[in-house]
Design a protein. Structure first.
Ligand SMILES: Nc1nc2c(c(=O)[nH]1)N[C@H]1C(S)=C(S)[C@@H](COP(=O)(O)OP(=O)(O)OC[C@H]3O[C@@H](n4cnc5c(=O)[nH]c(N)nc54)[C@H](O)[C@@H]3O)O[C@H]1N2
Ligand SMILES: Nc1nc2c(c(=O)[nH]1)N[C@H]1C(S)=C(S)[C@@H](COP(=O)(O)OP(=O)(O)OC[C@H]3O[C@@H](n4cnc5c(=O)[nH]c(N)nc54)[C@H](O)[C@@H]3O)O[C@H]1N2
Ligand code: SF4
Ligand SMILES: [Mo]
Length: 689
């Protein structure tokens, strides 16, 4: 008889950090989760989300059988085999009528990285469609695009642990990346200085040595002000600039206009703060680690803002140095993406003409544009969509349009673990495996380490992502050569084969194996992977006409053309500890205050509007309105005239207010951080439920 072990190590995927965890069993039943003491990311610590993974897997609301939607919107059970047959028949029908490009796949934030999304990509490419979508149309890839334009490789990997100066621009790792914050706290204990730049005084800002609250959308001006000071006072790294970079003269001419006194006015901060931060750069160079958060991506001038901020690292010689910005060596693995082997598609990838960098760098289509294709107003129609691990009715901008678009599909399949606002529109819902039910390799680029997650629990009736895509491909007649592997373990062996690291070796080392030694300043012996081979203060990449040579500062629209109807500026999506985008609202660990959606308002504004904690307001933007409770913040916690609503709540969905046409023209990312709104008071008194 097989004896169930007492403890199985794996990697947590309740968020993207992939902490090392152990799942403990009593009499074969998983009971609790602890941290792996020697895992380099979390060093034994597990957050409340991580600890709740067993509850997630065993949740009473979990979908355990395939479901088919009836005309009245209710769902009835269907066998897996019949569901696959019907879905395949519908795909075949749509391909015959409208071509393969009328089918798309969409992988959400819940699934990553080397393996799960790539099944979907292989499937849709083998079918003959370029239309692969993911959360990357609103998350992370703008950072990659910006880094690519400056230094040609994907970032960002700040080496907090060894840094002397740490800057957090528009990010709150205390809540969003807890292990990073621990590394920052360790560096602080060794003497590092922490600078936080955020219009809200966040949990991370509480730990800052220097905290600055610029107007939303003005970070690029602050960064240019720092560049101005460093150049004027000869505090930059001459060797790096002269030997390894290009465009410095043009860059410094542009910086001329950003004297600290000027920048202070633009950003609404004191001149002293600008010079203080610039002095810190000068003193700490080259050990400067900067992290640019999601907020800078989801802005109208996001790419340029991230470009100029990362250029400060180059200016200070922090590029590829210990304690600075790392340029990790990639692991040599077999990638499942085989688009290079596909002869070409009949239709253009959706959104690739408008946002070429997203497609060139990430091989992704633009999910916001896809809504038009679903509604029949794009270049060509999208009729079928298979989605896994995503909830775009809550996560994509303009939720009403998203819902309409999904309702317009002839075939919508959702692979989910729970019923959601999005899966409500699916024709078929197929039960998905949680991360505890699958096994995949993951690598930590900054540590150059690879580790393996393990299948810890098993629901025999639930097919993992591999089985699903393989079975569907088989039914459609193209399983071979698309999915030749017997199971997920065989896929894992294939992925790892060129790395020289075996599955067995990884099983014996749950904390991971370093695949290559860390070396610094590699640019001294090999060119940067940019068009010029140099670090580009001025961009030489001509593939997108929207990319200016210089990462220009543009005055945000809400400042340039103040909107008298919608005079208040709304930030969306500041993270909460136990809410993860739209996930975990149904877990008992969800004890966060608030447990209902709230709008954060400065006490000064609340006083003026005569409202208090728990008052009810209507928030309207030019495209929609929601009702929500008020949470009054101390005046120091948020700039006056600014309000904040976190995304992902089932009720009071803030994306009803976010305009999908207001985007950064380079990345195509929506502006989710400076939305003009108005507020009407519905009830001044707190409503006690
Ligand atoms: N607990 C938890 N953790 C998460 C998530 C979650 O939902 N919950 N989500 C995960 C995901 S998908 C992501 S992408 C990351 C995001 O994580 P982060 O990038 O850390 O994003 P936030 O935590 O929202 O912090 C963004 C901060 O930027 C500030 N901000 C807004 N506009 C501006 C601006 O113009 N300039 C500056 N300087 N600051 C600005 C906001 O006030 C906010 O405090 O977190 C991940 N981690
Ligand atoms: N206004 C505004 N909107 C935002 C943001 C913002 O800051 N402001 N942030 C954006 C960002 S950064 C991101 S990343 C997106 C995220 O948006 P999405 O990619 O839509 O991700 P989630 O909302 O986390 O939804 C994930 C879904 O996957 C399901 N799920 C969980 N685990 C599994 C699994 O193992 N397998 C499968 N098949 N399903 C699973 C969950 O039940 C959930 O419904 O939201 C974005 N939306
Ligand atoms: S930070 Fe928490 S949720 Fe994220 S991987 Fe680590 S333990 Fe899991
Ligand atoms: Mo994200």
């Amino acid at each position: 008889m097989e004896v169930t072990p007492k403890k199985v190590p794996t990697l947590c995927r309740q968020c993207g950090m992939h902490c090392g965890i152990n799942v403990h069993f009593v009499d074969g039943v998983p009971t609790r989760i602890s941290g792996q003491k020697n895992h380099p990311i979390n060093r034994g610590v597990v957050c409340s989300k991580g600890r709740s993974a067993i509850e997630l897997a065993n949740h009473p609301d979990r979908i355990l059988t395939p479901l088919k939607r009836n005309i009245d919107g209710s769902f009835e059970k269907i066998t897996y085999e019949n569901a696959i047959k019907e879905i395949a028949a519908k795909i075949q029908d749509l391909v015959e009528k409208y071509g393969a490009s009328s089918i798309g796949v969409w992988i959400g934030e819940a699934l990553g990285f080397l393996q799960q999304p790539e099944y979907a990509r292989r499937f849709v490419h083998a079918l003959g469609s370029p239309n692969y979508f993911s959360a990357d149309s609103v998350c992370f890839s703008a950072v990659y695009m910006a880094y690519h334009l400056v230094k040609g490789y994907w970032g960002s990997y700040p080496d907090f642990e060894n840094s002397k100066l740490i800057l957090l621009w528009g990010t709150n790792p205390k809540l969003s990346y807890p292990p990073y914050m621990k590394a920052i706290e360790r560096a602080k204990r060794k003497g590092a200085i922490l600078v936080v730049i955020d219009p809200r005084k966040t949990e991370s800002a509480e730990l800052a040595d220097v905290f600055v609250q610029p107007y939303v959308g003005t970070d690029a001006a602050l960064a240019w002000g720092i560049a101005n000071y460093l150049i004027k006072h000869d505090l930059y790294d001459h060797e790096f600039v002269s030997k390894y970079s290009t465009g410095f003269d043009t860059f410094s001419r542009y910086a001329n206009d950003f004297a600290p006194s000027n920048v202070a006015k633009i950003c609404g901060i004191s001149e002293g703060k600008v010079t203080q931060i610039a002095e810190l750069f000068g003193k700490s160079k080259p050990t400067i680690a900067q992290l640019t958060g999601l907020s800078l991506e989801q802005q109208e001038n996001g790419i340029n803002t991230i470009r100029i901020i990362t250029s400060l690292s180059g200016l200070c010689g922090a590029e590829d140095t210990k304690g600075g910005e790392l340029w990790p060596k990639e692991i040599t693995v077999n990638h499942l993406n085989y688009s290079d082997e596909i002869a070409g598609f009949h239709q253009k990838p959706i959104g690739a003409e408008k946002y070429p960098l997203l497609y060139q760098l990430c091989g992704q289509c633009h999910s916001l544009t896809a809504m038009d294709n679903m509604l029949g107003i794009g270049d060509y129609p999208l009729h079928g969509l298979i989605m896994a691990g995503a909830n775009p009715v809550l996560s994509n901008p303009n939720s009403r349009k998203v819902a309409k678009a999904l309702q317009n599909l002839d075939l919508f399949v959702s692979r989910e673990i729970f019923h959601t606002k999005t899966s409500a529109y699916a024709h078929y819902i197929l039960p998905a495996a949680t991360f505890l039910e699958r096994s995949e390799p993951y690598y930590y680029p900054d540590l150059q380490t690879v580790a393996m997650s393990n299948k810890v629990i098993d629901f025999p009736e639930i097919r993992d992502e591999y089985a699903f895509w393989r079975d569907l491909a088989k039914e459609l007649g193209f399983m071979d050569p698309c999915f030749p592997w017997k199971n997920e373990e065989a896929v894992n062996r294939f992925i790892l084969e060129p790395s020289g690291i075996s599955l067995e070796a990884l099983k014996n080392k749950p904390e991971g194996i370093q695949y290559d030694s860390i070396e610094y300043k590699k640019y001294q012996s090999k060119p940067f992977p940019t068009p010029s081979g140099k670090y580009e203060f001025v961009c030489r990449d001509k593939s997108d006409e929207n990319v200016s040579e210089i990462p220009e500062y543009h005055t945000p629209q809400y400042i340039k053309n103040p909107n008298t109807v919608y005079p208040i500026i709304l930030i969306t999506g500041a993270r909460k500890q136990q809410l993860f985008n739209s996930r975990y609202q149904n877990l008992s660990c969800f004890t966060h205050n608030p447990t209902i959606p709230e709008i954060e308002i400065n006490a000064q504004d609340a006083k003026q509007w005569n409202i208090t904690n728990g008052s009810r307001v209507k928030v309207s933007s030019k495209i929609g309105e929601i009702e929500i409770n008020v949470h009054v913040l101390d005046t120091s916690k948020i700039l006056p005239g600014l309000v904040q609503i976190t995304n992902g709540w089932d009720e009071a969905n803030v994306n009803v207010l976010v305009d999908d046409t207001d985007v950064d023209p380079i990345s195509g990312f929506p502006n989710m951080k400076m939305i003009p709104v108005k507020i009407e008071v519905l009830s001044k008194k707190a409503i006690i439920n």
